[in-house]
Design a protein around this ligand. Structure first.
Ligand code: UDP
Ligand code: MG
Length: 319
């Protein structure tokens, strides 16, 4: 029977952990009882450098019941890296992983269907939000706008799918071979390939604690996604540059004609305008190119994406 590991990144989640661990344990035991997964299945919490009691609570859970495991990162590295750390650490111990958020906004009843799809031969099953009734209008518009924008940029992202997904060990091995530092999971996972499917669910409210994704982080996240998956912004800038160049040639011919016709009063306004517009455009272009150079710079460093401090697994002694 297949061993399932649930991987849950946690950043300052002391308020939700008691309830989350209870619900997940129930879900896992239910699946084990129905012989859908092996009794060796586990729930793994990844502590992303929390400043509150999150790690103490995880250690405590692990002590109480071996169904819970914990991975502690040396510092806060953000949701994406914490998730990756979890997946890469557990992949050799299991056949399937399902990643989900600690606040259980993503309906855990979709897990059953995900596991069924895996048994039907899928290596990746995406959890897709069918409705966002409980999200604020603002969150809904920004989030859905993000998926549309990034897809129009040529990146392949599953619409309304966040990081709630099932991945088989085979798929994780594929993921492991992506060495890039700017790893944007949602964009990279579809690149792995293999048979995949979707499972739909309704997104719920966070039952306790606050969102760790304020607007600033959301915008930064969207920008990271676009610049690490797509080179369209560069192409757009080059096209714009070309267009402006053509217009400037036309303007040059036009002003020369006016000059030889004796109308020498060249406009101060047009000169100032062109200085400003060209200067602005150049700065924009340099800025965008700089973004990519920055990424190349980071790639050449090959920094580790995370460092695991401790892994409370079945074999570890919890001290
Ligand atoms: N998270 C994390 N590191 C961070 C920020 C968030 O591991 O630096 C985790 C967080 O604990 C949660 C998940 O990422 O399990 C999603 O965060 P949240 O629910 O706050 O985001 P939202 O649902 O509001 O987009
Ligand atoms: Mg949430």
């Amino acid at each position: 029977m297949d061993v399932l590991y649930l991987v849950i990144p946690c950043y300052n989640e002391e308020k939700v952990l008691p309830e989350t661990s209870r619900q997940l344990k129930e879900k896992l035991n239910h699946l084990i009882l129905n012989e859908k997964i092996s009794p060796e299945s586990r729930i793994v919490f990844v502590d992303d450098g929390s400043k509150d009691k999150t790690w103490e609570m995880i250690s405590h859970l692990h002590l109480q019941n071996k169904i819970f495991q914990g991975i502690k990162l040396t510092r806060n590295k953000g949701h994406q890296n914490a998730l990756l750390a979890g997946l890469m650490t557990v992949m050799d111990h299991c056949d399937i992983t399902i990643s989900l958020d600690a606040d259980l906004q993503d309906d855990i009843n979709a897990i059953d269907e995900m596991v069924d799809k895996y048994h039907e031969g899928c290596d990746i099953v995406y959890g897709v939000r069918s409705a966002r009734k409980k999200d604020t209008v603002f969150k809904k518009i920004t989030a859905e706008g993000f998926y549309k924008l990034i897809n129009s940029m040529g990146a392949e992202i599953v619409y309304n799918h966040a990081d709630y997904r099932l991945m088989s060990r085979k798929a994780l091995e594929g993921l492991q071979s992506f060495e890039e530092v700017n790893l944007f999971l949602r964009g990279v996972v579809p690149m792995i390939g293999y048979k995949s499917d979707k499972v739909y669910y309704e997104r719920k409210e966070r039952f306790a604690g606050e969102s760790k994704y304020p607007l600033k982080k959301m915008l930064a996240f969207a920008w990271e996604g676009i610049t690490s998956l797509s080179t369209k912004p560069i192409k757009f800038i080059s096209m714009l540059g070309g267009l402006i160049f053509i217009i400037s040639i036309i303007m040059l011919v036009y002003s020369l004609v006016r000059h030889f016709m004796g109308e020498t009063e060249t406009g101060w306004t047009s000169m100032i305008l062109s200085i400003w517009s060209l200067g602005g455009l150049q700065l924009l272009a340099i800025g965008i190119i700089g973004e990519y150079i920055g990424k190349v710079y980071l790639e050449t460093k090959k920094r580790p994406k995370f460092i695991v401090e401790k892994y409370l697994s079945d074999e570890s002694e919890n001290k």
